[in-house]
Design a binder for this molecule. Structure first.
Ligand SMILES: Cc1ncc(C[n+]2csc(CCOP(=O)(O)OP(=O)(O)O)c2C)c(N)n1
Ligand SMILES: [Mg+2]
Length: 334
């Protein structure tokens, strides 16, 4: 962290970045507990540890911009400003959820927020981002499409096709790779001969930069630069955020494949601890204010969880509602 905190953003905005990172952290820690308590069916892929890349990147965006997410998408969605109550309701399989329980963790979407979806297909968001970037260019309002994806996704063919076309057509896209060192249980070094994903940008004549993915301001600065370039009509960029997931690939993964001491080393740069420490040291944000942030996050999540728990369990009746096959008479199928 070389730059002084608060060089470009004012103190309330910086405290807001902390609050959003903490919201993501606590949303997921609680989701894990709610799942163990039997409230959440299905898998969870937590982004615990990676909050700074989601929040830093989304802080560089405006309301006309759109983002595409991954299977590890709760953080991106909350960073974009989603309602944690509707998100928990979706995880709880309630009709009040973002997708009336049809999306679940892996396919949540809120088009009004420009959140064009999580995606269970690794790399699946990247071509959608390419299409969204084309749409942004045609609209001509300066909007940008941001695609989040992991280090594993860059070995999918679609990544290369989309970067090539976006560069060729100078589309306003920003590709944000969250390199957390693993694709499922395989270390990045066993999947690719290139340690820095950013180097792949050179093949498509676009800038490739590396950000400290656990430093929300470094991510913000680098993504903001890429966004400015895209808005100016100068085409796409690739930003690689070096980060780490504290939990396993999914909740329940025991992480036996990790070298000893690796997690402990990354915990030292935990953004939900190091960033408020910087706010205190460099800007004099006091413990009372940081305590208020923590209390506000817990209150918000208490309300969110209560909203989900009080929701209507989605039943068979709703299965064929709001899907494209709506010409089918659902009663005829029973
Ligand atoms: C096309 C496809 N292949 C394989 C999988 C199974 N899968 C789910 S997540 C994952 C690893 C993804 O790694 P990465 O892109 O680094 O994201 P991370 O999980 O580290 O956030 C794999 C192989 C899948 N969902 N989709
Ligand atoms: Mg990964």
């Amino acid at each position: 962290m070389t730059r002084a905190v608060g060089e470009r953003l004012d103190t309330p905005t910086l405290v807001g970045l902390y609050e959003r990172m903490l919201l993501i952290r606590r949303f997921e820690e609680r989701a894990s507990e709610y799942r163990l308590a039997g409230h959440i069916p299905g898998f969870l892929h937590p982004c615990i540890g990676q909050e700074a890349s989601a929040v830093g990147a989304c802080a560089a965006l405006g309301p006309d911009d759109v983002i595409l997410s991954t299977h590890r998408g709760h953080g991106h969605m909350l960073a974009r400003g989603a309602d944690p109550g509707r998100m928990y309701a979706e995880l709880y399989a309630r009709v009040e959820g973002y997708n009336r329980s049809k999306g679940g963790s892996l396919h949540m979407i809120d088009t009004e927020l420009g959140f064009l979806g999580a995606n269970g297909i690794v790399g699946g968001g990247i071509p959608i981002a390419g299409g969204a970037a084309l749409q942004q260019k045609r609209r001509g309002r300066g909007g940008v499409a941001v695609s989040f994806f992991g280090d594993g996704a860059v070995n999918q063919g679609a990544f290369h096709e989309v970067l090539n076309l976006c560069a060729l057509w100078s589309l306003p896209a920003v590709f944000v790779c969250e390199n957390n060192l693993y694709g499922e249980f395989t270390p990045q070094a066993d999947q690719s001969p290139i340690p820095d994903v950013a180097d792949r940008a050179a093949a498509y004549a676009m800038p490739g930069t590396i950000a400290d993915g656990n430093d929300v301001l470094d991510v913000y600065e680098k993504v903001a630069e890429a966004v400015a370039r895209a808005r100016a009509g100068d085409g796409p960029s690739l930003v690689e955020c070096k980060t780490y997931r504290h939990r396993g690939h999914y909740e329940g993964d025991m992480c036996s494949y990790r070298p000893e001491g690796e997690l402990e080393q990354w915990l030292e740069t935990d953004p939900t601890i190091t960033f408020p420490a910087r706010l205190a040291q460099e800007l004099g944000v006091d413990e009372t204010e940081l305590g208020e942030v923590r209390a506000r996050v817990e209150r918000r999540l208490d309300e969110a969880a209560a909203f989900a728990a009080a929701g209507t369990v989605a039943g068979v009746e709703q299965t064929l509602e709001h899907v494209y096959a709506d010409s089918i008479d659902s009663k005829a199928l029973r």
